[in-house]
Design a protein around this ligand. Structure first.
Ligand SMILES: Cc1cc2nc3c(=O)[nH]c(=O)nc-3n(C[C@H](O)[C@H](O)[C@H](O)COP(=O)(O)OP(=O)(O)OC[C@H]3O[C@@H](n4cnc5c(N)ncnc54)[C@H](O)[C@@H]3O)c2cc1C
Length: 431
């Protein structure tokens, strides 16, 4: 089966949906592909008890009536094919080839998990991971939860966990109190963010919010039972039922990289490089939202609109949004500066800590090698089900591999995600 569209958008978060609205508004025939059953991406994730939020409903209402937008939900792109085609594995249609005149990548970001002893115990997740679990229906009422890591996502996780009836014992933030104070001051330039912060931290009084602190270890018999925290020179232990620990986000540029799009170093990580009109280095391929750098929902939305307009050659209308984008990029730069990972968060854990949980490879086994490629070839780290999404990022953070000059190394090879044989056969059908 093969389908053709003027514009194909991968990702139905704020960036992808805004791109779809902008391109469809100009009369283009558009398809949105997303691996979730419902639209919204990460920030507007829907679930059994989490209906579509107002901004998502508004976007979806404006997309639905014009008939120009095809919605491929529960469908993931497993490989780019030659000749402007993508190989999709869809829950409804199986293996499908979708071809595009223009492609917009809006594949978002994933959480940065940094291993510590006990991080693979049941009950230990990322902070955004905890949020996704709760929105997906996992009950946490009455559970004692410690939220840790770094960044504004910790506060979003706090609000979601509290709303679901959890007893959040503490929020452990690696950034210093002075960095956070400067950040809080900078929020006066974006009043909507100030209001959002106030909403998320309602009832904050009495909660332990420890800055300059990191999780050292989680332990328990078969499930996490306690967590040890390093706070300055002191170590403290809290008894708990869950630990949700994530050190910010990492752009998800995998599909773009496999298409050959150039990447750029962004803060601690790497992101798809784009020009003013959100064009990547590959002709007819655009990128928007957090796959081009982590910057929050507002930036993702405006970048999506620009990409959608530019993709249908409405450059003038796209340029009218540059000022708004610049404003949200400044906000993103403030977030980056405030929550930059400090020494304590980057400290390499003990050698017997697992780095690659798919292939059971320890920190010690990996650090014995000169670079990520050698470590991968000698130890199988990064070769399991997640294909290095977690451990390659952690290795880069701990050992500095793949940053700076090495940013363009290792192009990901398809299939980008585990796929059925029937899907792969579809790729070869007419080629
Ligand atoms: C786990 C997590 C939770 C978050 N929670 C919040 C929050 O509560 N509040 C907040 O302000 N920000 C949150 N964020 C930050 C959030 O990512 C952004 O601010 C915003 O959602 C970015 O929008 P986007 O459109 O760039 O990407 P996203 O919203 O991430 O959307 C990208 C979409 O692309 C899909 N996708 C990726 N690759 C493929 C593929 N190969 N095939 C098909 N589909 C694909 C993804 O499943 C996703 O639905 C969270 C981030 C993460 C990682």
């Amino acid at each position: 089966m093969s389908e053709r569209y003027d514009v194909v958008i991968v990702g139905a978060g704020p960036a992808g949906l805004s791109a779809a609205r902008a391109a469809a508004g100009q009369g283009a025939r558009v398809a949105i592909i997303d691996d979730n059953p419902r639209a919204g991406g990460q920030v507007w994730r829907q679930g059994p008890r989490y209906p579509a939020q107002a901004p998502l409903r508004t976007l979806m209402d404006t997309l639905a009536p014009d008939g120009h937008v095809a919605w491929w939900q529960s469908s993931r792109v497993v490989a780019p094919l030659a000749g402007g085609e993508l190989l999709i594995e869809s829950e409804q249609h199986g293996g499908v080839r979708v071809s595009y005149g223009r492609l917009i990548l809006a594949t978002g970001a994933r959480e940065r998990l940094l291993p510590f002893p006990g991080w693979t115990l049941p009950g230990v997740t990322g902070a955004g991971g905890l949020q996704a679990l709760i929105k997906g229906g996992v009950p946490v009422r009455g559970e004692r939860i410690v939220i840790a890591g770094s960044g504004p996502l910790l506060l979003a996780a706090l609000a979601t966990a509290r709303h679901a009836g959890a007893d959040v014992l503490a929020v452990i933030e690696q950034a210093s109190a002075s960095a956070l104070a400067r950040f809080a001051l900078s929020l006066t330039r974006t009043p909507s963010k100030l209001v959002q912060a106030a909403m998320l931290t309602r009832g904050f009084a009495g909660l332990r919010y420890w800055t300059g602190s990191v999780v050292r270890e989680a332990s328990g018999a078969g499930h996490v039972e306690q967590v040890t925290i390093r706070r300055g020179e002191r170590e403290l232990t809290l008894a708990c039922d869950r630990v949700a620990c994530g050190y910010g986000l990492e752009p998800n540029g995998l599909l773009g990289e496999s298409l050959g799009c150039a990447v750029a170093a962004r803060g601690d990580g790497r992101a798809l490089a784009v020009d003013d009109l959100q064009r990547t280095s590959v002709e007819h391929v655009f990128a928007a939202g957090e796959c081009t750098g982590v910057g929050g929902m507002e930036l993702a939305r405006v970048e999506g609109s620009i990409a959608g307009l530019a993709a249908v050659d409405a450059a003038l209308a796209a340029r009218a949004r540059f000022a708004e984008r610049a404003r949200w990029r400044r906000f993103a730069a403030n977030v980056d500066a405030a929550f930059a990972l400090g020494e304590a968060a980057r400290a390499v854990p003990p050698d017997d800590t697992l780095l690659c949980r798919c292939e059971d490879v320890t920190i010690g086994a990996v650090r014995a090698h000169a670079n990520w490629r050698d470590a991968k070839l000698q130890t199988r780290c990064g070769m399991g089900a997640c294909q290095g999404r977690i451990c390659a990022t952690a290795a880069r953070t701990f050992f500095g591999w793949g940053t700076g000059a090495g940013v363009a190394q290792a192009v990901p090879r398809p299939p980008l995600q585990p796929a059925q044989i029937a899907t792969l056969i579809e790729a070869a059908a007419d080629s």
